[in-house]
Every structure is written in structure tokens, then in C-alpha cells.
Design a binder for this molecule. Structure first.
Ligand code: NAD
Length: 281
């Protein structure tokens, strides 16, 4: 049977390390603070925001919470971001996406000061990642690198295939694997003969957004399989982009859903907040 890459355990480890770091920083008079903004009351967003605030409280990061009504204008939201950009005691600013349709998401992302862009979505952060400079990295792909490293999986020299080219997962994932010296291929909805491409992968990252699409026909025997997808199946149970039961017997390591990539995203967000505070002082 394959190695099960335990995101719950690894994210708990990271949170413990951060808790200690925050405690040590407090002794030196350095506090850490994340501002979380939610516009409207989308139930899924409320759950994500709640989980982020809970993680902050656990680690010892202060959180400022802004729950704005659905009809908030873009100008009002940008004015709040501008105020938080200038506020010295705020280390990170997070606007929970998606924002309501009348607000331009790109304008919101661009408005956050890059030094407080703990989600890593600002064009400056993405550009820095691209050319190997310091900047915040999108949390889900950063979490996947931690999963691999802390599970003792070598990336350097490996054939890495990422399925998906979204700005928040696929593209930064490919850049991070490249930074770790993997040989990286990005596959997407226009890729011809996807199976032929994925079968080359020593490390396969599935960020397709299609429940259980990746079956064993896509996998090279002994590959490491990372499943980014999160879906609810017909029985309301969580599943990923990978058909876990079909793929697990042929791979060497795999992330489950739930309990794989999911818990890492918040852990890396917390890591970015602590890093922001540490860098600022
Ligand atoms: P997205 O819809 O923006 O991107 C999906 C990508 O898959 C696209 O680039 C598309 O080209 C590619 N694709 C679609 N169909 C394909 C096909 N048949 N063959 C090959 N490529 C195909 O999605 P996303 O935001 O990148 O998220 C991907 C998945 O990861 C979703 O299930 C999402 O819910 C999940 N997700 C999880 C986390 C987490 O914390 N675990 C975070 C973000 C996203």
C-alpha cells in the first residue's frame, strides 16, 4: 500500500511550530495581526473565514474581522484596504474570494500592499515567484511543497506534471516545483492525450476541479499523487479530483481527501502572516 501523506498531521506540526515562534516574538514585543474582510454572507466563505480566525486564535495571531454587507461598493472596499495598508499593526490583509459580482476582483487583489499580501495573489507576489525573488506564495501550492518535503519526497530532478493552470493553484504550483528543481509540465483542458502526459509523472498534482477524474490509467506505477480537488459526492461526502480507491494501489504515495492538501492551505496562510510580521521588524 502507498504512503498516505497526512496533511492533518503535517499542518498540525506547522501550527505548533508557528505557535512557538509567535510566543518568542511576543517576548521581543512583536505581535502578529491579520485583517480578514468578507463581503456578503456566502455560507462557504463564512466557513472559510471562521476557520482562518480560529487558526489565528490558536497560534496567537490577532485577527481583525470586517464583515461587510453584500451591497458594499468597490470604492468602500478599496478605502478599507487602503486604511489597513497604512495601519502599522496590521501584518496581513485577506479579502475572502469570491467578492460580489459588482466588485472587480483584480482591482481588490491589486489594492493590497504586496508586503501584506499573505494570500500571495498580487501581481507583484506572482512576479517575484516567477523570477525567484522574495514574496508571498499562494498558500495551497506552498502547502503542497511542505507536504512533499516533510514526507521525505525528493522533488529535484523528478518529472512533475501539474494538471490545471489556474492563477491560484496550477500556475504557482508549477513555478514552485520548478524552484525546487523539478522538470515541470503543465497540462490543462486543451492538452492532447492527457494520459500520455500524466503517465510520465513521478509527481502528479491534480488541480482539475473534476470529481474523481484521475483514475489509475493516468498514473505511472510508483508515482506520488497529490490531489488538490475538493468536491461533495452524491452522498454529500468529500472527494477529490483523484479516484483514491482506484489510484492508491498503484502509486507510492498519495494525499487523501479530506485530510491531505486542504488543511495545509490555512497553515501556510498563518505562516505567511508570521513571516510578514517578522520581516517588517
Ligand atoms: P479552476 O477551475 O480555476 O482550474 C481548473 C484547471 O483544470 C483549468 O486550468 C483547466 O484548464 C484544467 N482542466 C479542466 N478540465 C480539464 C480536463 N478535462 N483535462 C485537463 N485539464 C483540465 O480550479 P482551481 O481553482 O485551480 O481549483 C482546482 C481544484 O482544487 C478545485 O476542485 C478546487 O475546489 C480545489 N481547490 C482546493 C484548495 C485546497 O485548499 N485544497 C484550494 C484551491 C482550490
Amino acid at each position: 500500500m502507498p504512503q498516505i501523506i497526512d496533511g492533518k498531521e503535517i499542518s498540525a506540526q506547522i501550527k505548533e511550530e508557528l505557535k512557538e515562534k509567535v510566543m518568542a516574538m511576543k517576548k521581543e514585543g512583536i505581535s502578529v495581526c491579520l485583517a480578514v474582510i468578507q463581503v456578503g454572507d456566502d455560507p462557504a466563505s463564512s466557513v472559510y473565514v471562521g476557520n482562518k480566525k480560529k487558526a489565528c486564535a490558536y497560534i496567537g495571531i490577532a485577527s481583525l474581522s470586517y464583515e461587510l454587507p453584500e451591497e458594499t461598493t468597490q470604492e468602500e472596499l478599496l478605502a478599507l484596504i487602503d486604511k489597513l495598508n497604512k495601519q502599522k499593526d496590521v501584518d496581513g490583509i485577506l479579502v475572502q474570494l469570491p467578492v460580489p459580482k459588482h466588485i472587480d476582483e483584480d482591482a481588490v487583489i491589486r489594492a493590497i500592499a504586496p508586503e501584506k499580501d499573505v494570500d500571495g495573489f498580487h501581481p507583484q507576489s506572482v512576479g517575484a515567484l516567477c523570477i525567484g525573488q522574495r514574496g508571498f506564495v499562494s498558500c495551497t501550492p506552498a502547502g503542497i511543497i511542505q507536504l512533499l518535503k516533510r514526507s521525505g519526497i525528493e522533488i529535484a530532478g523528478k518529472e512533475c506534471v501539474v494538471i490545471g493552470r489556474s492563477n491560484i493553484v496550477g500556475k504557482p504550483m508549477a513555478l514552485l516545483l520548478l524552484r525546487e528543481n523539478g522538470t515541470v509540465t503543465v497540462a490543462h483542458s486543451r492538452t492532447k492525450d492527457l494520459k500520455e502526459v500524466t503517465k510520465r509523472a513521478d509527481i502528479l498534482v491534480a488541480a482539475v476541479g473534476k470529481p474523481k477524474m484521475i483514475t489509475r490509467e493516468y498514473i505511472k506505477e510508483g508515482a506520488v499523487v497529490i490531489d488538490v480537488g475538493i468536491h461533495r459526492n452524491e452522498n454529500n461526502k468529500l472527494c477529490g479530483d483523484v479516484d483514491y480507491d482506484d489510484v492508491a494501489p498503484v502509486c507510492s504515495a498519495i494525499t487523501p481527501v479530506p485530510g491531505g492538501v486542504g488543511p495545509m492551505t490555512i497553515a501556510m496562510l498563518m505562516n505567511n502572516c508570521v513571516e510578514s510580521a517578522a520581516l517588517k521588524r
